[in-house]
Design a protein around this ligand. Sequence first.
Ligand code: UD1
Length: 309
Amino acid sequence: MIQDQLAGTSVLITGGAGFIGGELAHTLANPADVTVLDDCSSGDPDRVPSEATFVRGDIRDRQTVSDAMDGVDVVFHEAALVSVAESVETPLESHSRNSTGTLTVLEAARDHDARVVCASSAAIYGHPERVPVSETDPKEPTSPYGLDKLALDHQTRLYHELYGLDTVALRYFNAYGPDQPANDYSGVISIFFERALNDEPLVIFGDGEQTRDFVFVDDIVQANLRAAVTDEVGEAYNVGTGTRVTITELAESIIEVTDSNSDIVYDDPREGDIRHSGADISKARDSLGFEPTVSLEEGLRAFPVSDNE
Ligand code: UD1
């Protein structure tokens, strides 16, 4: 298994109480020595595995970050304000967490000579000129979130070019999985599941013809582990499946999987939303050996379909 290549190393996971960071922490808790840094503004401390050292703190606090990085070989930087919609409401907060917070992490990594794998995003491309989008395509973000992740993406590359740090940026497409929380600021799949299980209407923002490339959290973890050991550093990689669905198709699938009586209703489009998003993953395939393993159909079936499960 890829995680065995990290056996005996010391890793820091920022946002390790969050949806993706928590999954990474559980995957690495056995072979590696894991520290989690999370302020629990959106993360849940119950996600942190008992074997990990848990530091409750803010990635913008230089001393906290530096202390947490002592003796660390690899940093997985997952802490972020993850909602595009929330970033439109609070652009300063998005900038502070997603851009300044990342610089603080990279600066500490420079001091401690730690490799950093950063969570970038498909949101940096804005409305792509073509899909699937490849890494060198134009980047015109449509939201503060996308702009701040674009800054993170460049910061990650610059820390390699200027300071020789081993860095990798992973441009996640739409991550999902059963452990993703369902609230106004979380991903569409967890929101639709919760509503479908309660027979409440699934509300689609816009005409529902917008498309997304949904990638199961296990595959996001796999990409991170590969990035932690690759020689191809100073690079950014798309992490998706290469397959897209419309949001209407997604809503229909979730109603079917949950055997729900929910209706689909359409509301105004969401500010800052991207129209189409789909990944060309050939670079990650060729350089990292990344291969998605979970289809959307399989991934949706991994969700509990009643409160008793
Ligand atoms: C998501 C991620 C972001 C990531 C990006 C990569 C979340 C919260 N955001 O943004 O961190 O970097 O993918 O592409 O996971 N929608 C509805 N009804 C709802 C909720 C959403 O119709 O109740 C629609 C949205 O308008 C959008 C689509 O579903 O068109 C996906 O929305 P969302 O899950 O919030 O993800 P992104 O904005 O793509």
